[in-house]
Design a protein around this ligand. Structure first.
Ligand code: NAD
Length: 420
C-alpha cells in the first residue's frame, strides 16, 4: 500500500522531494515539470486572469506528508509564505496516524444564493407566495445551468426569510443549490440574477442584491481524530491542550488566533489548488460566530481513556472545476497530486489539514511555546536576508539562536567575523 509517511523528507533536495511526490501521487513527468517551473503560469494566462497585469508574483509550494484520512494516504500541496506551517501539519499528522488517522465526512456541495426583496407591502403574505412557487423557481434557475443539472446538480430547495433591518423589513429568498464539483459562485449568482424578475412579479416588491452567501453553512466538512496520550507525551499534555482550548472557547481574542492557526493550513492548500482563499476565510470566520459569539472552529476533549479527541466542522466552498483551477497550470497539477475524486473529498482533506494544523499549534503553545521552533527558521531567514550562504550561514544561525539575538545587523556582524 502506498504511504505518505517519509522519514527525513525535509532533508532531501527540492528535486528529490518532487521525485518522491511524483512517484507517490502517480503524476506524469509533464506534470512534474509544471510544478518545477516557476513560470508555469505565464504572463499571457495571467493577463487573462485579472486586470492591469504587470507581472507574476511567486510563492513557495511545499507538501504536507503523513496524512492518513479515512484509511487513504494523501500528500497535500500547500502554498504559503509562512515558515513552520507545513512542517507542523506533517508532524501532527504523524501523531494522528499512530491511532488510525483522521476520519472525515461532508454535508454535500450545497451553496446558498440570496435574493434581497425590498418594498414589499404584505411581506409575510409574499413569503408564502414565494414558497408556494418553489417548483417554478427551481425550474427557472435550473434552466440557466443545464450542464450542472446534467451532472446531477441544480437548485434543491428555496427558502424565504423576513428580516428586520435599518432600512425596514426585507424578504430574503435563498436558493439552495447543489453545485457538485464547482465552488459555485458564478453558477449560483447567474441563477439568482435570472430569477429576479419573477420574484418581483410574484411578490410585488423590488429585487435588490442577488449574490451567493459565503457563509456556506450547508456545505460543511468535518474531521475527527483521537491521538493517544502516549503519542503526545502523556496525559499532562492532553490536559494542557484542553486548557489551551478552553481559553479559546471562552475568549474571542484567543479564538481569533486559534482559528488563524487552523486557516494557516487550510488557506495554503486552498491557494495551492487554485481555489478562492477569501471565500473560505470569510465562510470559516462567519461560521465560527454563527451562535452569536465568535468560537474556535475545533473542539478538543479527553476520551474516557485519557486520550485526546479532536474535531472540526467548517464550511468549505471549494471546487475542482471552474474558477482559477481551470486556468492555473500549477493548481491543476496540485489537484491531481491529491488524487481526489470530488470537490467534497477535497474539502474533507482541507478539514483534516486544518485539524492537524490546530493540533500542532495548540500542542506547541501549551507546552514549549512557539518561539523555540520559530526561532531557528526565523534565524535562517534573517541570515539569508543578511546574505549568508553555506557553512557561514549555518554558523551564523547557530550563534544567533544560542545568543537569542536574531537580527539582520547582528547576522552581518557575525558574517564579517567568520569570513576573516
Ligand atoms: P464556473 O462558473 O467557472 O464553473 C462552474 C460551472 O461548471 C457550473 O455552473 C457548470 O455549468 C459547469 N460544470 C461542469 N462540470 C461540472 C461538475 N462536475 N460539477 C459542477 N459544475 C460543473 O465557476 P464557479 O464554481 O461557479 O465560480 C467560482 C469562481 O467564482 C471562483 O473563481 C470565485 O473566486 C468566483 N467568485 C466568488 C464570489 C464569492 O465568493 N463571493 C463571487 C463571485 C465570483
Amino acid at each position: 500500500m502506498k504511504t505518505s509517511v517519509y522519514s527525513g523528507f525535509y532533508k532531501l533536495s527540492v528535486e528529490d522531494r518532487l521525485k518522491e511526490v511524483v512517484e507517490f501521487a502517480g503524476i506524469s513527468e509533464e506534470d512534474a515539470k509544471v510544478i518545477a517551473d516557476p513560470n508555469a503560469l505565464d504572463l499571457d494566462k495571467a493577463d487573462h486572469m485579472v486586470e492591469n497585469v504587470i507581472g507574476i508574483y511567486s510563492l513557495p509550494m511545499g507538501v504536507a506528508i503523513n496524512f492518513l484520512i479515512n484509511g487513504k494516504d494523501y500528500v497535500i500541496p500547500m502554498v504559503t509564505e509562512e515558515p513552520s506551517v507545513i512542517a507542523a501539519a506533517s508532524n501532527a499528522a504523524k501523531f494522528a496516524r499512530e491511532n488510525g488517522g483522521i476520519f472525515t465526512s461532508n454535508t454535500g456541495s450545497i451553496m446558498i444564493a440570496q435574493v434581497q426583496v425590498i418594498n414589499v407591502a404584505d411581506i409575510n403574505y409574499a413569503r408564502n407566495i414565494v414558497l408556494e412557487n418553489k417548483e417554478k423557481i427551481k425550474e427557472m434557475c435550473n434552466a440557466k445551468d443545464p450542464i450542472l443539472v446534467q451532472h446531477g446538480g441544480g437548485v434543491e430547495d428555496v427558502e424565504a426569510r423576513v428580516i428586520d433591518t435599518l432600512a425596514g423589513k426585507m424578504l430574503i429568498v435563498h436558493l439552495i443549490v447543489n453545485t457538485l464539483d464547482a465552488m459555485g459562485a458564478n453558477a449560483v449568482n447567474t441563477m439568482a440574477e435570472s430569477i429576479a424578475p419573477y420574484i418581483e412579479q410574484i411578490t410585488g416588491g423590488k429585487v435588490f442584491l442577488r449574490i451567493l452567501s459565503n457563509l456556506a453553512a450547508k456545505r460543511l466538512v468535518r474531521a475527527r481524530v483521537v491521538v493517544k496520550k502516549e503519542t503526545l507525551g502523556g496525559e499532562e499534555v492532553v490536559n494542557s491542550i484542553i486548557t489551551a482550548y478552553a481559553f479559546a472557547e471562552a475568549d474571542p481574542f484567543r479564538a481569533a488566533t486559534h482559528n488563524k492557526g487552523i486557516m494557516n493550513g487550510i488557506s495554503a492548500a486552498v491557494m495551492a489548488t487554485g481555489n478562492d482563499t477569501r471565500a473560505i476565510e470569510s465562510g470559516a470566520h462567519a461560521y465560527a460566530a454563527i451562535t452569536g459569539r465568535y468560537k474556535p472552529l475545533t473542539v478538543w476533549e479527553k476520551t474516557k481513556d485519557g486520550d485526546l479527541a479532536g474535531s472540526i466542522e467548517i464550511p468549505m466552498a471549494v471546487g475542482l472545476v471552474g474558477g482559477a483551477t481551470k486556468i492555473h497550470p500549477t493548481a491543476q497539477v496540485a489537484v491531481k497530486m491529491l488524487g481526489v475524486k470530488t470537490a467534497a473529498e477535497l474539502g474533507e482533506v482541507f478539514a483534516a489539514l486544518g485539524l492537524m494544523q490546530n493540533l500542532a499549534a495548540v500542542k506547541v503553545l501549551a507546552t514549549e511555546g512557539v518561539q523555540r521552533g520559530h526561532m531557528s527558521l526565523h534565524a535562517r531567514n534573517v541570515a539569508t536576508v543578511a546574505g549568508a550562504k553555506g557553512e557561514v550561514l549555518e554558523k551564523v544561525v547557530k550563534r544567533m539562536i544560542d545568543e537569542k539575538n536574531v537580527r539582520v545587523e547582528y547576522a552581518q556582524e557575525l558574517m564579517k567575523e567568520y569570513s576573516k
